[in-house]
Design a protein around this ligand. Structure first.
Ligand SMILES: NC(=O)c1ccc[n+]([C@@H]2O[C@H](COP(=O)([O-])OP(=O)(O)OC[C@H]3O[C@@H](n4cnc5c(N)ncnc54)[C@H](O)[C@@H]3O)[C@@H](O)[C@H]2O)c1
Length: 333
């Protein structure tokens, strides 16, 4: 049998570019990447593998029916990771683009799957669909109370995908990763922003008192989890929702301290600004279902992941300086 062909949408974004690199290094799969190259999509994120014989890059929108239909008909697996992904942007600029890409884009991909059957459709949902923790750890049965327009559109896609499993009996799996961090993450997101601000001796701006906590997942661990969803037999995972988490939460204020300490910068660089509307107080994910169904568990401790991440931002200054120069999509807080 020829190796599987996997479509990864949003391939020039943070998680998807790390996932593509992981697939090329650790599997025999052929990979197709479809990306609209929004402000968050960066060809530099795939520069080192762009010439790889098993990677094909297509610039295009997941809402383009014809393009999507043609590509889906030619692959075995779809990993839909393309999204408008920045919570704060959804609050400041409104939900329109988030609904279009996150919900409508998912619907168009799902409909293409109805026409051309796939081995697997993996929707990269988000822990944000839960809202703030009502119980700890948050398992897959936790109530769904999204607190930002971004989170609500992710939930729309998440439940739409589930409905296609129920209605059309399609092999769809919904993955809910918690807060990823690692190389190639856009400077608009908290951890890279803290690292960059610390490197530049600028204040690290923290919403509210910084007690809000997240379950921080190293992106390479997330890539291993998504790969496990592809290799696990369909009857074990179809229609399932699976958290991808570490089971440990760390507050945003502590994260800033870790970064400052690691870079030998004074903690006085931490500055508190107004609390963000729609803030999620606490995220801590359960790990049991991923272990049971996929045999997956995060392997990287936060200390190890942070060290690798900081080293990457120190060594790749040109990558983030180019993004900061355009200021596109970068928020000051
Ligand atoms: N980063 C996290 O911590 C996290 C946590 C949980 C879930 N997620 C989800 O994982 C996925 C990837 O997140 P990320 O942080 O890597 O995002 P990102 O913003 O870094 O990348 C998103 C990519 O999607 C592309 N894209 C946007 N709209 C598109 C469209 N209409 N058609 C085709 N491509 C389009 C962008 O150009 C970009 O390359 C998203 O679905 C996000 O909701 C992220």
């Amino acid at each position: 049998m020829p190796p599987k062909k996997v479509l990864v949408t949003g391939g020039c974004g943070f998680i998807p570019s790390n996932f593509i690199r992981h697939l090329l290094q650790h599997t025999p799969y052929e990979v197709v990447s479809l990306d609209a190259l929004t402000y968050a999509g960066n060809l530099e994120n795939l520069r080192d593998v762009m010439g790889h014989e098993r990677l094909r890059f297509i610039e295009g929108d997941i809402r383009d029916h014809d393009t999507v239909r043609d590509i889906v008909a030619d692959v075995d697996v779809v990993v839909n990771a393309a999204a408008e992904s920045h919570v704060e942007k959804s609050i400041q600029e409104g939900a329109s683009q988030f609904v279009k890409t996150n919900v409508e884009g998912t619907q168009i991909l799902l409909d293409a799957m109805r026409e051309a059957p796939l081995d697997r459709f993996i929707l990269i949902s988000s822990s944000e669909v839960y809202g703030t923790a009502e119980a700890a750890p948050m398992d897959e049965e936790h109530p769904l109370n999204p607190r930002s327009p971004y989170a609500a559109t992710k939930l729309g896609a998440d439940r739409l995908a589930y409905s296609y499993f129920v209605t059309y009996d399609l092999p769809i799996v919904i993955v809910r990763p918690f807060n990823n961090y690692g190389p190639f993450q856009h400077p608009e997101k908290a951890l890279p922003r803290f690292i960059i601000q610390a490197l530049n001796d600028e204040p690290l701006t923290i919403h509210g008192d910084g007690h809000a906590s997240r379950d921080w997942l190293f992106v390479e661990d997330d890539a291993e989890a998504i790969e496990a969803v592809i290799t696990t037999p369909a009857d074990a995972v179809a229609g399932e929702v699976v958290n991808v988490a570490t089971g440990i939460d760390i507050s945003v204020s502590q994260i800033a301290d870790y970064v400052l300490d690691a870079l030998d910068k004074p903690r006085s660089l931490k500055v508190h600004v107004e609390e963000r509307p729609g803030q999620v107080d606490r995220h801590i994910g359960s790990t049991g279902k991923a272990e049971r169904l996929l045999g997956w568990r995060a392997r990287t401790s936060f200390e190890q992941g942070l060290e690798k991440t900081i080293a990457w931002y120190v060594n790749n200054r040109a990558w983030w300086e180019a993004i900061l120069q355009t200021r596109a999509g970068v928020y000051s807080s």
